[in-house]
Write a new protein. Structure first.
Length: 299
């Protein structure tokens, strides 16, 4: 073909090497998927129905909940089908589409978490001007920018990777078309390709993360200036949920993406990928509902 690709489909190894626990994995992942979708849908409905929650913070949370439903739906339904069927193959175009949407929603979440950190910074450090600065137009612009940035990153990465020549093994040792295991199937020396992907991933992951760090350093500085312990606790409690989600999401994403290929262990990466692709989406509604009095009141 035009891109010198002889591979027309891939086989996703997933968890097929453990046939003895397929049923257990199926039940576990099905429960996780149902809880994730229902949990995030409830958050969406609660925010939409309660006028008290029509604020910038909950506008971003609504985007995040919708994003988590999409994010999980890229991988888990396919995993469930492969656990029930002996056929774990996926077409070349299907693999490219799965990678695109996974990167799209993942990169969008990176940017959205940075926008949420900026929102918390303004709420705590400039409370008197908060509603003037974070008006509806600004919120829409920040959310739209996150989605557009995610789309551009995913489009660039996917186009770049799937234009490389695949002419050897077609077995992907993962439970979805993740960048690193797919890149391992590329023919020839992929050093420069790998370097470009690491640099791009570093920019996409680390730039929003640096913005989050700057925001929270200013937030902590402002909180420490509050004299009463009750005031400090109240200010910090508004950031706790977001900070927890950031740590969960970035902790594994940074470890997986910003490393040289020689240090990969696909079996370890497969487990770590479950944290940011499966566990974080299911934990988000729990974290935000249990730690938030307004959401609990609306529920």
């Amino acid at each position: 073909t035009g891109n010198k690709t002889s591979v027309i489909m891939f086989v996703i190894l997933g968890f097929s090497h453990r046939p003895d626990v397929k049923v257990i994995f199926f039940i576990l992942f099905l429960c996780i998927y149902i809880i994730t979708v229902l949990g995030n849908l409830i958050i969406l409905l609660v925010i939409n129905m309660d006028p008290v929650l029509h604020t910038p913070m909950y506008f971003f949370l609504r985007n995040l909940s919708f994003l988590e439903i999409c994010y999980t739906s890229v991988t888990l339904p396919r995993v469930l089908v492969s656990l029930l069927s002996s056929d774990t193959s996926i077409s070349f175009a299907g693999c490219a589409a799965q990678m695109y949407f996974f990167l799209f929603f993942g990169a969008t979440e990176c940017c959205l978490l940075a926008a949420m950190a900026y929102d918390r910074y303004l709420a705590i450090c400039s409370p008197l001007h908060y509603m003037d600065i974070m008006n509806k137009k600004v919120c829409m612009q920040l959310a739209a920018s996150s989605w557009i940035c995610g789309n551009l990153v995913a489009l660039g990465h996917t186009t770049f990777i799937f234009s490389l020549p695949f002419c050897g093994s077609n077995v992907i040792n993962h439970f979805f078309c993740e960048i690193q295991p797919v890149l391992m199937l590329v023919c020839g020396d992929t050093y420069w390709n790998e370097l470009q992907i690491i640099l791009a991933a570093a920019f996409v992951i680390l730039m929003p993360f640096l913005l989050i760090l700057v925001s929270y350093s200013l937030i902590i500085s402002s909180i420490l200036k509050i004299r009463s312990a009750k005031g400090r606790y109240k200010a910090f409690s508004t950031c706790f949920s977001h900070l927890t989600v950031v740590i969960l999401f970035y902790g594994t994403a940074v470890f997986i993406y910003i490393r040289p290929k020689s240090s990969y262990s696909l079996d370890v990466d497969k487990v770590l990928s479950l944290f940011y692709s499966v566990l974080t989406p299911i934990l988000n509604p729990i974290i935000y509902s249990l730690r938030n009095r307004e959401v609990k009141g609306a529920l």
